[in-house]
Design a binder for this molecule. Structure first.
Ligand code: 1WB
Ligand code: MN
Length: 375
C-alpha cells in the first residue's frame, strides 16, 4: 500500500480548510477551567480520539484505493464522505481546541488525554507513516502547550519501520514531553510479539512511557466471519482483535523480556480480565504439549504489565468486577470521545457504587501516575 505524497499534500489542503470551517464560530471563553468545589470529582479522560488534517487527508487517499482490508469500511465512511455531507465524527476529531473544550466544560471534564484516532498511521507505507507520525505528534504537543491543564497527549509512531519508530518515540517523550504512546493493534496483520517490533517495546519500557493498544478491525486472517454482519466495529471485532493481541503478548512469553513495560487496554480491558481464570488454566506455563514458553501465568502478566480503561463500557458491574479482579490502581476512567457521548460517561463515573477513595483513583489519580500528568 503506497500513497503518492504529492496527491496526499493536495488533498491535505482541502481537509485542512474544512477543519478550520468546522471550528469557526465556537464561543469565546471555552478555555476556562471547570469550577472547583469541595465535592467535585476531578476527571481525566484517557482514550480521547482526535485527528489532524494531514492524516485525515492521507486516509482519504487510502479510501480511494481498492484495498479490501476490514478497516476500509470505517476509513471510507469518515474520510471519504460524499461531497456536501457531514463526515461522521470528523469535525469533532479535528477540533483539538475550543469546540472540544466547550464539550468538556459543559460536562465538568478536567482533561482529555488526546490520541490520534484509529487506524492512526498504520495503513500507510513506511515513509508516509513515519512522516505523518511526526506531523501528528507536533500538532498534539502544540495543543497541550496551548492548554496545559486541559490536554495531555499520547504519541503515535509508525511500526512499519521499527527503527525510525523508536527515534520518534524518543523525540515524543524527551523533546515534546508527551505522556505515553498509542498503537492501533496489528500493523499489516502483524502483532507486537514479533521480534522485529521488540525495539518498540524496549523503547517504551526504557522511556517509562505506557503503550495504549487501541483497537482497529480484525486482521485479514480472521476477517471473514466479521464482514457480512459488520461485526468488525466497536460492537465486537475491535475487542476481539485487541484481546487477541494482548493474549499473544502474554502466551508467547514476549513480556518475560519487558517486565516493566506498561500496556493500557481500553473498553474495560477488552474483556481480558473476565478471561483470566481460564487463561491461567489453559495458558499456564508449559501447558499444551509443553509448547507454552511463557514463564508467568496470564494473570501474573496482567498484574505486572497491564492497566485498563473504562472507555465505552459504562457498566457498574463490569467496573466493580474489574476493580476486584485486577486492583483499583489498574483501572482508569475514559470517555472514548467523540465515539461515545460525554454526558453518560461522566454520569457513569460520578454515580459509580465504589468508595470515594477508589473513585478518585479511577477518575484521575491512576491516570496521573501512569501517564505522568502533574497539573
Ligand atoms: C472506537 C469506535 C474507535 C469507533 C474508533 O476509531 C471508531 C472505539 C476509528 O471504540 O475506540 C466507532 O466508529 O464507533
Ligand atoms: Mn477509542
Amino acid at each position: 500500500m503506497t500513497i503518492d505524497r504529492r496527491e496526499m499534500l493536495g488533498a491535505m489542503t482541502a481537509v485542512a480548510a474544512g477543519a478550520v470551517a468546522g471550528v469557526a464560530g465556537v464561543a469565546e471563553g471555552a478555555t476556562t477551567q471547570p469550577k472547583k468545589s469541595g465535592t467535585r470529582l476531578k476527571k481525566i479522560a484517557t482514550e480521547e480520539a482526535c485527528s489532524v488534517p494531514e492524516v485525515a487527508a492521507a486516509l482519504r487517499e487510502v479510501a480511494h484505493t481498492t484495498w479490501t482490508n476490514l478497516d476500509m469500511l470505517l476509513v471510507n465512511a469518515i474520510y471519504n464522505a460524499p461531497a456536501g455531507t457531514r463526515a461522521p465524527f470528523l469535525p469533532e476529531l479535528l477540533d483539538i481546541d475550543a469546540g472540544r473544550l466547550k464539550v468538556m466544560d459543559d460536562n465538568d471534564v478536567d482533561m482529555h488525554l488526546l490520541s490520534l484516532t484509529a487506524p492512526g498511521v498504520q495503513m500507510f507505507d513506511a515513509d508516509t507513516g513515519t512522516a505523518l507520525a511526526t506531523v501528528a505528534n507536533d500538532a498534539l504537543a502544540e495543543a497541550v502547550k496551548k492548554h496545559p491543564t486541559r490536554y495531555s497527549a499520547l504519541a503515535t509512531f509508525a511500526p512499519q519501520d521499527p527503527k525510525r519508530a523508536v527515534k520518534e518515540m524518543e523525540r515524543a517523550i524527551n523533546s515534546l514531553k508527551m505522556n505515553g504512546f498509542i498503537i492501533n493493534s496489528h500493523t499489516n496483520n502483524e502483532y507486537l510479539d514479533l521480534p522485529k517490533f521488540w525495539p518498540i517495546l524496549e523503547a517504551a519500557e526504557a522511556l517509562d512511557a505506557a503503550l495504549y493498544i487501541h483497537p482497529r478491525a480484525p486482521s485479514d486472517g480472521m476477517a471473514a466471519p466479521f464482514r457480512d454482519y459488520r461485526l468488525e466495529t466497536a460492537a465486537w471485532g475491535y475487542g476481539v482483535e485487541v484481546a487477541t493481541h494482548a493474549v499473544r503478548l502474554m502466551l508467547s512469553g514476549t513480556l518475560d523480556h519487558f517486565p516493566k513495560l506498561k500496556i493500557v487496554l481500553g473498553h474495560m480491558g477488552e474483556a481480558v480480565p473476565f478471561w483470566l481464570w481460564r487463561l491461567d488454566f489453559m495458558g499456564r506455563p508449559g501447558f499444551g504439549n509443553n509448547m507454552r514458553t511463557n514463564k508467568l501465568k496470564p494473570s501474573e502478566y496482567f498484574r505486572q504489565n497491564f492497566v485498563i480503561t473504562t472507555s465505552g463500557v459504562e457498566d457498574h458491574l463490569a467496573l466493580r468486577y474489574s476493580i476486584d479482579r485486577i486492583g483499583v490502581d489498574s483501572v482508569l476512567w475514559a470517555i472514548d470521545y467523540p465515539y461515545q457521548p460525554t454526558t453518560p460517561a461522566v454520569k457513569f463515573i460520578e454515580s459509580a457504587p465504589i468508595p470515594d477513595a477508589d473513585k478518585q483513583k479511577v477518575a484521575h489519580g491512576n491516570a496521573e501516575r501512569i501517564f505522568h500528568i502533574n497539573v
